[in-house]
Design a binder for this molecule. Structure first.
Ligand code: KG4
Ligand code: ZN
Length: 342
C-alpha cells in the first residue's frame, strides 16, 4: 500500500443510471470529472431498467476513467486510492462500479473505499466555493430519498426527518408520468410548469403542519391523478397541473427545511440531491432565507444530480480520517441506511 494519506483519489459512481468518474486531489481539489447519463436510453421505458443500466455502466466505466485521467494529465499509476459507490442503489449497477474499483485497486496495489451514495450528496456542497462551515442542516432530495439531516462532520449525520412514503423526486417523476412526460420527469415537469398557472388547482401540502420534520408525498400523486381524470388534458391544463404539483412539493420542502433550521438553531442550509436543481425550490428557499437570516448553499447543478466528483470527494475526506479496511471484496450494499455509517 502507498503513502499514509492517499493524495490522488479516483471516484466511481454507478448506483443508478449515471456513470460518474472523477479525480480528486487532497491539496489541489477536483482535477477532472466526467459523466455519462443513460436517461435517453431509459426514457423509452418510462423508468430505469436495471439490467440495461448495468450493461451500460460496463460500456462506459473504463473509457470515462481514461478520459478523466487524460483531462487531468495523470496516469493510472498516479492513483493513490479509489472510492466507489457501495450503495444504496441498483445491485447490478453497483456491482459494475465496485468490480472496476476493486480490480483496478488490486492491480495497482492501492486501497479502495466503498462510499455511501447519500454521504456523497451530503458532502458535495463542501466542493463549492464558498463552502458551508460545519455544522449545517442538509435537505437531501433525490429520486429515492427525502431527508433532513444535521451534519456535524464527516460520518456525523443525524436524521431529523424523512419521507414516510414517496421521495420528493419520485413525486415529481410520478406526477410527470401522469402528465405524459418523459423520464426523468422532474426537469420535464419543471419545464412544463413554467407555462402553467400554479393558482388554478390547489393541491394538498401533505404533513406541512404535522409538527415534525417528516414528509409524505404519495397522496400528491393520487391528487394529480384525480385532476388528470377530471379535466380534459389540453396543453394549458397539463401545464397548470404541473405548476400546481411543483408548487405543492416545493412548499412542503421549503416549510420543513425552515422548521429544521428553527429546531436545530443552525443558520446554514445545504441542498443536496437531484431535486436541488429545481429553480422554484431554489428561489423559494432563497426568499425564505432572506426573511429568516439564514444562508442556503447549493452544489453546482452538475453536482446536484448523481456524479463521480461527490464520491471522489467523500472518499478523500474519509481517507483523511481512516485507512480503508475493506480489502478488495465486492461488498455492495444495495439497501444501506445512512445512520449505520460512522
Ligand atoms: O440525486 P439524483 O440525480 O438521483 C438519485 O435519485 O440518487 O436525483 C434524481 C431525481 C429525479 O427524481 C429527478 O426527476 C429529480 O431528481 N430532478 C428534478 C430536477 N432535476 C432532477 N426534480 C425537479 N426539478 C428539477 N429541475
Ligand atoms: Zn443520487
Amino acid at each position: 500500500m502507498k503513502k499514509l494519506i492517499p493524495q490522488l483519489v479516483l471516484g466511481i459512481e454507478s448506483s443508478c443510471d449515471e456513470t460518474g468518474i472523477a479525480l480528486y486531489h487532497q491539496q489541489d481539489g477536483l482535477l477532472a470529472h466526467a459523466l455519462y447519463t443513460q436517461a435517453a436510453m431509459h426514457s423509452e421505458y418510462g423508468g430505469v431498467v436495471p439490467e440495461l443500466a448495468s450493461r451500460d455502466h460496463v460500456r462506459r466505466a473504463l473509457p470515462l476513467i481514461r478520459q478523466t485521467l487524460d483531462q487531468a494529465d495523470r496516469q493510472l499509476a498516479d492513483l493513490d486510492a479509489i472510492a466507489y459507490t457501495r450503495g444504496p442503489g441498483l445491485a447490478g449497477a453497483l456491482l459494475v462500479g465496485t468490480s472496476v474499483a476493486c480490480a483496478l485497486g488490486y492491480a495497482l496495489d492501492i486501497p479502495v473505499l466503498g462510499i455511501h451514495h447519500l454521504e456523497g450528496h451530503l458532502l458535495s456542497p463542501l466542493l463549492a466555493d464558498p463552502a458551508p462551515a460545519l455544522p449545517f442542516v442538509a435537505l437531501l432530495v433525490s429520486g429515492g430519498h427525502t431527508q433532513l439531516m444535521r451534519v456535524d462532520g464527516v460520518g456525523q449525520y443525524t436524521l431529523l426527518g424523512e419521507t414516510l412514503d414517496d421521495a420528493a423526486g419520485e413525486a415529481f417523476d410520478k406526477s410527470a408520468k401522469l402528465l405524459g412526460l418523459g423520464y426523468p420527469g422532474g426537469p420535464e415537469l419543471a419545464k412544463l410548469a413554467e407555462h402553467g398557472d400554479a393558482a388554478r388547482f390547489k393541491l394538498p401540502r401533505p404533513m406541512l403542519h404535522s409538527g415534525d420534520l417528516d414528509f409524505s408525498f404519495s397522496g400528491l400523486k393520487t391528487a394529480v391523478l384525480t385532476l388528470t381524470k377530471q379535466h380534459e388534458m389540453t396543453d394549458s391544463t397539463r401545464a397548470d397541473i404541473a405548476a400546481a404539483a411543483q408548487a405543492a412539493i416545493v412548499d412542503v420542502l421549503v416549510g420543513k427545511a425552515q422548521a429544521a433550521l428553527k429546531q436545530t438553531g443552525l443558520k446554514q442550509l445545504v441542498i443536496a440531491g437531484g431535486v436541488g436543481a429545481n429553480r422554484l425550490l431554489r428561489s423559494q428557499l432563497d426568499a425564505a432565507a432572506v426573511r429568516k437570516g439564514v444562508r442556503v448553499f447549493y452544489p453546482a447543478l452538475e453536482f446536484c444530480t448523481d456524479n463521480g466528483a461527490m464520491i471522489a470527494f467523500a472518499g478523500a475526506m474519509r481517507l483523511r480520517q481512516q485507512a480503508p479496511q475493506d480489502g478488495y471484496a465486492f461488498a455492495i450494499k444495495p439497501r444501506w441506511d445512512l445512520q449505520q455509517i460512522g
